[in-house]
Design a protein around this ligand. Structure first.
Ligand code: NAD
Length: 459
């Protein structure tokens, strides 16, 4: 079950067990038992809810669509996690993503637990009316387990503020008189959403990259110079030159990250390639990202895929095969599409020296191990793509108080929160001999286990 996260969780637990300072309030023998119980808590969800949504299509046909809500752990607060609409959604994937949410919230000290939802559809195959019905049915089927103090969904791949608006509307109908603004996050601003939520994940992804190579670098020169961690030493390879970036996925996360890179003055970088489910666009001198964002906004989120469309967008680029983006000779690969994009079949063709995981789980365990051995720096999903859940938390607070923050305040709070996390984990990466992913998992697990122990739930 949940192979991706489970492997690293187990490895992190082994390391933590050896660390005398870890949970030093428990005696050594009891610690072993406690960690065994922690291992099972972390690798299995509290609840797996499944249902088949019965939908009458516009052509009169009635279908049943598999759908899931997995609630992994709520020790830190109400369950929280997106709902994905994608044809490849399956139970194991949803469990894995729910576990990642628990770890991400623990790592960034967001007072939520971990959950995830999924509906097995390609949303492009359905009309707007049918999608509206699917959203309503999802809430009807799972209404007992959802709510502002129980489990709070948000958008994920294939869903957006439109779906969250519909879902919150249905929740309000089903639970009359109950508070409802905090039942879903990622809603439109007019409907109680937060300013800045739409771009929060992509902005946070790029902020992590920038912080790592610029802010942290400037403030921690001696730590970096003296590191004995061979992987951490590689950070020097990215100094004092123009970095070539490629961004896989041009949806909510990828387009915002690419736009941040385009406008960044702190790092000398150029986005030379972007891709979506249809094409890759390439220009060795850098792409005009704002024009591409504008085009995608007017074209159902899709990049120009013909020469005519490129002309219409006013963008100078070559159209290439989508998957070739992964093996381009670039410095940094931003992965912002789906999971398992770098795997055993293509890992030895990767030329980038750094991978930034905007998507959840875009590198398989095998490829992760291989790339680490090759000295490729990986900035892991749990660290870098938490912007969405952090601003979702701000949206939840704003909904409770019905007091709203300006966009500047939202981003200030977002970056502050992420910076706090970076200050807790980045030094360890340079001082110890682990990957950044292992450091982040250990920090998240340390926090979860301490709270479980203090609440008398770790025995
Ligand atoms: P999205 O649906 O808005 O965008 C996905 C993009 O990936 C689209 O441009 C799509 O065309 C493209 N794509 C799909 N398959 C591809 C392929 N094989 N090659 C290249 N591009 C491909 O989704 P999103 O919200 O941007 O989410 C992307 C990833 O980030 C997901 O893994 C999601 O779980 C993760 N994530 C999203 C958020 C959020 O706030 N939206 C937060 C945290 C993590």
């Amino acid at each position: 079950m949940a192979k991706n996260t489970d492997f690293i969780i187990q490895r992190s637990l082994e390391v933590l067990l050896e660390d005398q300072r870890y949970l030093d309030e428990i005696e050594a023998d009891a610690k072993k038992t406690a960690l065994r119980s922690l291992s099972s808590i972390l690798s299995t969800p509290n609840h797996i809810h499944k249902s088949f949504l019965r939908i009458k299509l516009e052509n009169g046909e009635v279908i049943r669509i598999p759908s899931f809500r997995v609630q992994h752990n709520d020790i830190l607060g109400p369950y929280k996690g997106g709902i994905r609409f994608h044809e490849t959604v399956n139970e194991e994937e949803v469990i894995n993503l729910a576990i990642l949410m628990t770890l991400k919230n623990a790592l960034h000290e967001v007072p939520f637990g971990g959950a995830k939802g999924g509906v097995v559809i390609d949303p492009r195959d359905y009309t707007k009316r049918e999608l509206n019905l699917i959203c309503k049915k999802y809430v009807q089927y799972f209404s007992d387990i959802l709510g502002p103090e129980k489990d709070i969904p948000a958008p994920d791949a294939g869903t957006s503020e439109r779906e969250m608006d519909w879902m919150m509307g249905e929740y309000k109908t089903i639970q009359p008189g109950e508070s409802y603004l905090g039942s879903f996050t990622g809603k439109s601003v007019e409907n109680g959403g937060s300013l800045g939520r739409k771009h929060a994940t992509g902005k946070g992804v790029y902020f992590t990259f920038r912080y790592f190579l610029h802010d942290f670098y400037k403030q921690n020169k001696s730590l970096i110079e003296n590191t004995t961690n061979a992987l951490a030493k590689k950070v020097d390879d990215f100094k004092d030159r123009t970095l070539k970036l490629a961004v896989q996925g041009f949806g909510n996360v990828g387009s915002a990250a690419a736009e941040e890179a385009y406008h960044c003055n702190h790092i000398n970088n150029q986005v030379i390639a972007v891709s979506d489910r249809n094409v890759m666009l390439y220009n060795k001198d850098g792409l005009n990202i704002p024009e591409l964002v504008q085009f995608a906004e007017n074209n159902h989120g899709e990049l120009p895929s013909t020469d005519e469309q490129l002309k219409e967008a006013g963008v100078n680029a070559a159209i290439k095969d989508r998957d070739d983006l992964l093996t381009l000779d670039v410095d940094v690969l931003f992965l912002a599409a789906l999971e398992d994009q770098i795997h055993a079949g293509n890992m030895d063709h990767i030329k980038a020296r750094m991978v930034v995981e905007g998507a959840n789980g875009p590198v398989t365990n095998e490829a992760d191990h291989y790339l680490n051995e090759q000295g490729v720096l990986i900035i892991p999903d749990v660290l870098t793509n938490a912007g969405g859940v952090i601003v979702s938390y701000l949206e939840w607070i704003q909904g409770r108080d019905t007091q709203y923050y300006s966009e500047e305040e939202v981003y200030e709070r977002l970056f502050d929160k992420m910076e706090n996390t970076f200050k807790r984990v980045l030094p360890s990466f340079f001082e110890r001999s682990f990957t950044l992913r292992q450091i982040c998992y250990m920090e998240a697990i340390r926090r979860l286990s301490l709270i479980l122990f203090r609440q008398g739930k770790l025995y």
